[in-house]
Design a protein around this ligand. Structure first.
Ligand code: PLP
Length: 405
């Protein structure tokens, strides 16, 4: 018999970096989650844009079982068949020629930033070290990636921080022109800022970043950890923008919840990282690669991606309707495909978490993106019946919330 556990054990046993919800999910299927008491929830969070194919996807469960019986882990002293297959399809599907696999988004960005610094160092000497990033961006929680990320609250008390990092306002061409110089080795940007409030970049902005990077011999890094793997209706968001980075990072949906991340780059840049210059124990393990291969195979078809766009449009229409009905509460919908943010009006500023709690009481799981934005990043396999249920539950949740606010 397994030991019975309850939510209070979290407060007793866990380092308190999270404040999890009051219930414990124990089982999932598609967009449904059930807690210990057998209560069902409609999951519009997808494990924070991770479970793109939903919970317990049958084909992924099969692949995981098959590979687990064969080979889990062998170290990077050997290569393995699943990782080579995955690298082949990832490079065929994107601008990239080479891939480095690791285990989390932060690690993929860490690899990208290290590559940029070493590339500039090897090629131009010690003075080209500055990294430009955007305010409110999120790039992970290692010391380097929180420093590059544009939210001081995540890095403030951990100093001294790595130097030579500049933060500029997102989507602001003038600021990046002013900040750009010969000493810049890389510009890193999320094509759609996720955590920061679901802000899509303007196409002109990304084009200008590309042009400035070319002009100043700096590398353009797209962090597609949240926006990638089909979420916007394109395999990666850069494809919809028609602006190609030098380095792209992917994680989250890449493994549908099995930890795997990737840094994609070109043939010539990849040569910067020679044998022994970077690495990780678990990166590209047979088990994670076998799962990611299947995820990519399912997502990267025209039919699947077209459906993401269609479902995104339907969900957006539901949110627009909600704004029309409650114009004093909600102001705007932002995002692309199934990466949507619903912003609260200034009258309700700072209350996104309260609304999320009201929704949870009604069996609807939502995310926030900062204090003022409700974020919806459901599994990409969402059906119209789910979207209809979201419509009903959101309306109910607004009523519950306003009644108690
Ligand atoms: C989630 C996220 C990360 C960090 O990924 P982890 O796997 O938590 O390290 C980095 N960048 C973006 C844009 C993200 O959404």
């Amino acid at each position: 018999m397994e030991t019975a556990v309850a939510r209070h054990a979290f407060d007793e046993l866990m380092v308190p970096v999270y404040a999890p919800s009051t219930f414990i999910p124990v089982r999932g299927s598609g967009l449904d989650l059930w807690d210990q008491a057998g209560r069902r929830y409609l999951d519009m969070t997808g494990g924070i844009a991770v479970c793109a194919l939903g919970h317990a996807h049958a084909a992924l469960v099969d692949v995981l079982h098959d590979q687990a019986r064969r080979l889990w882990h062998i170290s990077n002293h050997f290569t393995n068949e699943p990782v080579l297959r995955l690298a082949k399809v990832l490079t065929e599907a994107t601008f990239a020629d080479k891939v480095f696999f690791c285990n989390s988004g932060a690690e993929a960005n860490e690899a990208a930033l290290k590559l940029a610094r070493k590339w500039a160092h090897d090629r131009y000497g010690t003075s080209k070290t500055r990294i430009i990033s955007c305010l409110n961006s999120f790039h992970g929680r290692t010391l380097f990636t929180v420093s590059v990320g544009g939210q001081a609250k995540y890095s403030d008390s951990f100093g001294p921080l790595p130097p030579q990092i500049a933060h500029i306002p997102y989507n602001d061409i003038q600021s990046v022109r002013a900040a750009m110089g010969e000493d810049v080795c890389a510009v890193i940007v999320e094509p759609i800022q996720g955590e920061g409030g679901v802000f899509p970049a303007d196409v002109d902005y990304l084009r200008e970043l590309r042009r400035l990077c070319d002009e100043k011999n700096a590398l353009l890094i797209f962090d597609e950890i949240q926006s990638g793997m089909g979420r916007t209706g394109q395999l990666f968001a850069y494809m919809g923008y028609g602006v190609v980075p030098d380095i792209l990072t992917s994680a989250k949906a890449l493994g549908n919840g099995f930890p795997i991340a990737a840094m994609l780059t070109t043939e010539s840049l990849a040569q910067t990282l020679v044998v022994g210059s970077h690495g990780t124990t678990y990166g590209g393990s047979p088990l994670s690669a076998a799962v990611a291969y299947k995820v990519l195979e399912i997502i990267n078809t025209p039919t699947f991606l077209a459906r993401v766009t269609e479902a995104g449009d339907t969900l957006r229409a539901v949110l627009e309707k909600l704004i029309a009905k409650y114009p004093t509460v909600f102001s705007v919908v932002r995002g692309k495909g199934l990466m949507l943010g619903l912003a609260l009006t200034s009258a309700y500023a700072g209350q996104a978490r309260e609304f999320r709690s009201a929704a949870e009481k009604n069996g609807l799981l939502l995310l926030v993106a900062g204090p003022d934005v409700i974020r919806l990043v459901p599994a990409l396999i969402i059906e119209d019946k789910h979207i209809h249920e979201v419509d009903v539950l959101l309306d109910k949740s607004v009523k519950t919330w306003l009644a108690t606010a």
